[in-house]
Design a protein around this ligand. Sequence first.
Ligand code: AMP
Length: 286
Amino acid sequence: MPNKNSLLEIFTTKIALNQRLLKLLNEQKTIGLVPTMGALHAGHLSLIKKSKNDNDITIATIFVNPTQFNKPSDLLKYPRPTQADVAILENVGCDILFLPAETEMYSPTETWHYNVGAIANELEGAHRPGHFKGVTQIVYKLFSLIPADRAYFGQKDFQQFLVIKQLVAYFKLGVELLCCPIIRETDGLALSSRNIHLSETQRKKALLLSATLNNIKNNYTTLPLADLLQKAKTAFKGISDVKLDYIEIRDKDTLAPIVQYKTPNAVALIAAEVGDTRLIDNMMLD
Ligand code: AMP
């Protein structure tokens, strides 16, 4: 139910948003930005709450960015419950929602992209060619439009966070990036807008992702990493309707592979398809 006392302001054009932003800048308000693709859940809300805590004004954006989808079917079926999202933002006390149409963000002849570099060929980049080109395109556009003091992203998309960190450093954008913890269901499943596509049986199978990460975390310092990874891969074998894309242990700053436990700087990252739904998750190991 929409909250009648809500002060959420919704802008669908850059011009209108810009006028509002100029006023906020004049008033020297600090701005927190939370970019999303909508279908909001408690993971998104945790970012908005953190932003509200840190800034005078919180701006959420909802834009299902077509250039970051490498599979047209995934883009087509991406959930877009806009009315419910607006109600959620009203209830959490978000100040501004930017909700642009595709034509507001992209021209039909656009070909530029930021050269993401080697990280684009790793993990998600390898399995979703062009994905990070699309992510950096839209994030650059949002950062150019909205003079945010801070921007909030989830550790859920950890590689994305590192790519955006690199983008911000490259262009020397004056925005502080914050990486917020992964919000999970009580049984461990990381919240994701795509979870609604899972049947009851698939949802149970999806628990294998977080269980695998937990198992790696629990044994990380005691068992050889190659054995741990092999055990994880074996656990996925023979499970119908589930396909493991990767399970990796990487340095959390560079994403370089870690082959032997040495220093406390590791993250385990996993991606798998459960039915037609691709899920990702990760866990810091120390
Ligand atoms: P999305 O709408 O999926 O593009 O996500 C928007 C932001 O919410 C991204 O920074 C995500 O990393 C973050 N996010 C998504 N799921 C979660 C979660 N379970 N916990 C915390 N943040 C999340």
